[in-house]
Write a protein that binds this ligand. Structure first.
Ligand SMILES: [Zn+2]
Length: 344
């Protein structure tokens, strides 16, 4: 039912050409354990940016350093989540060039699976598919200095202490920064020209992914909650504007950990105004949002998942036909996807 309310901005079937239909998901991402977002490898500082604290009054003049959850840090684990299920239901395709199964971060995407059609791919010498999931960096509400902890790991001597026989302290092995549990990031995810099943797939990936950043059995646990869904003919305010406006509503002084209910109320107050933004045609009510989540959970359930994923995969069938004759065996062929710019 809630899905049908979005029908003016949903595509009825997959097609190659964009038609200006936007669905915006407002996502609250909360760390539930120590979490580490670094650019590359260890030793790098946590990703952060200096930005205006808020949009109004003193907040507008105050610059704070916010933690950043980059686009890549959001999308990569969510893609992997969906792909695990595509793999389990045998819906990943073989790359015709080298016969390997579609995989991320290789030069050989299959160009035929739901993940390739939705999140895009850049193929070596052939077509490319632009991602229809537009993400942006998400920012922490509170300044990095409030929400980053660090710990120093010292070498332990054989006597089991951190001092040698002469009483000299051991040298620090390394210092590692981590994001504390209970840290909130607000995020705006924009979907372009997606079908109802594609929406279910993407929302499922967001709701069911639970580990982000540097992942181990101990760190990286996050919980995602969808606070709002909009349909429009244009993009809505950015993640940064959302976090700044929410910061204004929360008022001061703020301290980690924030009360999540107050935060949700403040964020919802901010996005309630988006209804009046230019180009917005639909905002799901609380009940409709809840029923969308139920719809997604039902389709992803043990009983329905196979049907759901196969139906989704089937929707691309006519676009993945192998082109006749000359490309045969070379693997370039399939219903030529629009050769568009490559999403980096
Ligand atoms: Zn693929």
């Amino acid at each position: 039912m809630s899905i049908s309310k979005l029908s003016p901005v949903l595509a009825t079937s997959y097609e190659n050409f964009p038609k200006g239909r936007f669905i915006t998901l407002v996502v609250l991402r909360t760390t539930h354990s120590e979490t580490i977002f670094r650019t590359e490898g260890s030793g790098e500082p946590m990703c952060s940016e200096f930005v205006q604290a808020g949009l109004e009054g003193e907040n507008q003049k105050t610059i704070i350093q916010r933690l950043v959850m980059t686009k890549r840090k959001q999308v990569a684990p969510e893609r992997r989540y969906g792909r695990e299920h595509l793999r389990a239901h045998e819906l990943l395709y073989t790359n015709p060039k080298d016969g390997s199964l579609c995989s991320l971060n290789t030069n050989a995407p299959c160009e035929m699976c739901a993940d390739c059609f939705l999140y895009g791919f850049a193929a070596g010498g052939g077509g490319a598919q632009k991602s229809r999931i537009w993400t942006e960096d998400a920012f922490s509400i509170l300044p990095a200095s409030d929400v980053v902890g660090d710990r120093t790991i010292n070498a332990i001597y054989e006597n089991g202490t951190m001092r040698d026989e002469k009483g000299n302290p051991s040298t620090a092995l390394n210092t590692s920064e981590y994001i504390k549990p209970g840290v909130h990031f607000l995020d705006v995810v924009t979907l372009k020209d997606v079908t109802a099943d594609e929406l279910r797939y993407i929302v499922g990936n967001i709701l069911f992914t639970s580990r982000y950043g540097a992942v181990s059995s101990r760190v990286g646990r996050m919980e995602n909650e969808i606070l709002g869904v909009f349909g429009s003919i244009t993009e809505l305010p950015s993640s940064l504007e959302l976090v700044q406006a929410t910061y204004d509503v929360l008022g001061k002084p703020l301290e980690h950990p924030l009360n999540i209910n107050q935060l949700i109320t403040a964020s919802k107050q901010v996005i309630a105004n988006w209804k009046n933004k230019r180009g917005v045609s639909v905002q799901l009510s609380e009940e409709e949002l809840a029923s969308l989540v139920t719809d997604v959970e039902t389709n992803w359930s043990e009983a329905e998942r196979d049907n759901f994923l196969k139906r989704l995969s089937q929707s691309y069938e006519s676009f993945r036909q192998v082109a006749p004759d000359k490309n045969k065996g070379k693997g370039k062929g399939k219903g030529k996807n629009t050769p568009v710019e490559v999403e980096s």
